[in-house]
Design a protein around this ligand. Structure first.
Ligand code: SF4
Length: 249
């Protein structure tokens, strides 16, 4: 393992050999020079939560800038670079002013910026339910256990399976959720084997979704029914309610 570039503390590691230091630095340039106590924020907005076991609820989303991965189906590439540097206190105030009991911190990869920890602590302290959507490729050991971690396990079809950090699976709490996004039947079979091999369903809730235009969700539903595993099929509600490529929803 090798430490990932951060401006203050070495909280992040990536699997060795998955990405060169030069590429990593280039991908993180947009957040590397942020001042202390500040976050680079792509957007803050209200919508209906489209995924997870919280789907359907009003939710405030805080989308942070930058990601060190490049999943080939990524639908938030606009968050790789675009963002505004803002003090944590300002981000907290705007998020709380939205008034939702549910807040999701997402990205990009939100754990790339260490100020995400005081952000989550202050939102928890204000009584919010905090969801953290993370790639699974960043160490989650410092995440407050009150946070609901929604952890991706990258499938081979994503092109980023080598980035999965296995240690994160040991840290799951029963309220956490593990998400598999499948591009093919082969990805589905790989995911089922992963769930069984690592006892993921005993550790957390299991979510599974289909990559748009690669797998028909109806087919995925049938595949899930072939198993006896407690896999929760998720369709991205926000993409049904609004244009699939709409932003800020
Ligand atoms: S981890 Fe998420 S934000 Fe990063 S490339 Fe993959 S899908 Fe996109």
């Amino acid at each position: 393992m090798s430490p990932l570039l951060t401006t203050d503390r070495p909280i992040i590691e990536v699997a060795s050999g998955t990405i060169s230091p030069e590429v990593l630095a280039r991908r993180l340039r947009s957040i590397a020079d942020r001042p202390e106590g500040a976050l680079v924020v792509h957007e803050i907005y209200r919508s209906i939560q489209g995924e997870s076991t919280y789907a359907g609820l009003p939710c405030t989303f805080v989308r942070l800038t930058a990601c060190h991965l490049r999943c080939n189906y990524c639908d938030t590439r606009h968050a790789f670079h675009e963002g505004r540097t803002r003090p944590v206190a300002e981000v907290v105030a705007e998020t709380l002013a939205m008034g939702d009991a549910l807040v999701e911190i997402t990205g990009g990869e939100p754990l790339l910026q260490s100020e995400v920890y005081p952000l989550m602590a202050r939102l928890l302290g204000a009584g919010r339910t905090v969801l953290l959507e993370t790639s699974g490729a960043v160490d989650t050991s410092e995440v407050d256990p009150r946070v609901v971690v929604i952890l991706d396990v990258k499938t081979p079809g994503s092109g980023e399976a080598a980035s999965n950090l296995a240690a994160n699976w040991e840290r799951l709490h029963p309220h956490d959720e593990v998400k598999y996004v499948v591009s093919s039947r082969a990805d589905f079979d790989w995911s089922v084997a992963h769930i069984l091999d690592h006892r993921i369903a005993d550790r957390a809730k299991v979510l599974m979704g289909a990559v748009h235009n690669r797998v028909d969700p109806t087919d995925l539903a049938g595949w899930i029914l072939e198993t006896s595993l407690p896999i929760r099929l998720q369709v991205q509600i926000h993409k049904i309610l609004w244009e699939p490529n709409a932003r800020g929803v």
